[in-house]
Design a protein. Structure first.
Length: 372
């Protein structure tokens, strides 16, 4: 009787997942998700594909810098992650077609994620602490969107997670938050400059994907005010496709538009009593413009750091193509590393930040402050 009840319950969950969601393509999905637990209405989720029809990478392989130079463009963007001295680069040209890489960096289990529709690159610690134990989750691509953003699912409980925020919204894990880890979207050249001994994600050989191409042609056009499957209208304070770097301090969010950072190159700010400095470099390509990434326009890259080092506060400026500090004249990279001068070899502490389209950030954080 207990077995029959469980089967009926699972069937109920499957029916709910189809009936309670937007499913314009009539995709048949059998979820074993506990739909009785959810933080948002189920009809906010739109099903477009089968789970993992966009195939995540569960067993990544890597190549050395020398080989990566022959495969990838020097100015194409990568998600740069370093944990315990282990530095890895994840090209967006690959993540465009996979969206999630389940990995282990510096002995820490992580998920490196990218939602092209929101231009959201987020890296999470995939361990979750429950009342009973610590669980390491394996994440997949659910085939659903919410507010145009990727919805992830975990294989252990089949809970549904919002990629841009790292929060579980449906299932047994509802209310859990993944820890966001520091990462940076920079060019491959910048990654190599800062991590000459790093490794680069290899293109999966059996994936049959056209790496180096862009299926979302002209999506990041600043005149595009119609994000895919996004309702209601985007927040009017910024163009929908304006790129922003954002930080969260004490639960509050502040966004720094790339258009301002591009002009200033260096921005010092204080938000909720936290000092930050942002560097902007322009030698990084978009992956969401032309159909071929190699012919795309430049959108730049941003680094966000604590300007204090060894107990001293430093002031930075941009001159002759270099970031410099006023105190010593040392030169710094977009990744916050001093490469010449009295502070050579020093590293600014990176501040965890997001890198999104404005419409996406403001949809999930409507009270976000915008730097002017």
């Amino acid at each position: 009787m207990k077995t029959i009840s469980l089967l009926l319950l699972a069937a109920c969950f499957t029916i709910l997942s189809v009936d309670a969601q937007n499913n314009p393509r009539g995709v048949e999905v059998e979820w074993e998700t506990n739909l009785e637990k959810h933080k948002v209405p189920l009809n906010e989720f739109t099903t477009l594909l089968q789970p993992d029809q966009i195939p995540p990478i569960y067993d990544p392989s890597y190549i050395e810098i020398s080989e990566a130079r022959d495969i990838y463009l020097g100015e194409e963007p990568v998600i740069s992650v370093e944990i315990n001295g282990d530095a890895r680069a994840y090209p967006l040209s690959v993540l465009m077609f996979h969206e999630i890489v389940n990995d282990e960096i510096g002995n820490r289990p992580v998920s490196v994620t990218y939602c092209p529709l929101c231009n959201a690159a987020m890296v999470f610690d995939r361990r979750v602490v429950t009342e009973e134990e610590t669980i390491t989750l394996d994440f997949g691509v659910s085939g659903m969107l919410r507010k145009s953003d990727l919805v992830m699912w975990d294989h252990q409980t089949e809970s549904w997670w919002q990629q841009l925020t790292g929060e579980a919204l449906v299932g047994d894990m509802t209310g859990q938050m993944l820890k966001v880890l520091p990462s940076q979207v920079i060019s491959l050249n910048h990654f190599i400059e800062n991590h000459p001994d790093g490794i680069v994600l290899e293109q999966p050989r059996a994936a049959n994907r056209r790496y180096g191409t862009n299926p979302y042609v002209d999506y990041d056009d600043l005149d595009n005010n119609n994000p895919f499957l996004f309702d209601p209208e985007p927040d009017p304070r910024l163009p929908a496709m304006e790129r922003v770097a954002d930080i969260k301090v004490n639960g509050e969010v502040k966004a720094y538009p790339f258009s301002i950072l591009q002009e200033a190159r260096v921005v010092h700010d204080e938000f909720n009593e936290k000092r930050v400095v942002l560097f902007y470099s322009d030698r990084t390509l978009s992956v969401l413009g032309d159909g071929e990434i190699k012919s795309n326009h430049h959108v730049g890259a941003v680094g966000v750091f604590n300007p204090e080092l060894d107990g001293q506060h430093y002031s930075f400026y941009f001159e002759d193509g270099q970031f410099k500090d006023e105190q010593t004249g040392s030169e710094w990279t977009i990744a916050g590393k001093a490469v010449s001068g009295p502070l050579e070899g020093k590293q600014l502490r990176p501040i965890t930040h997001g890198n999104h389209f404005a419409f996406a950030l403001l949809a999930f954080y409507p009270n976000a402050e915008i730097y002017e």
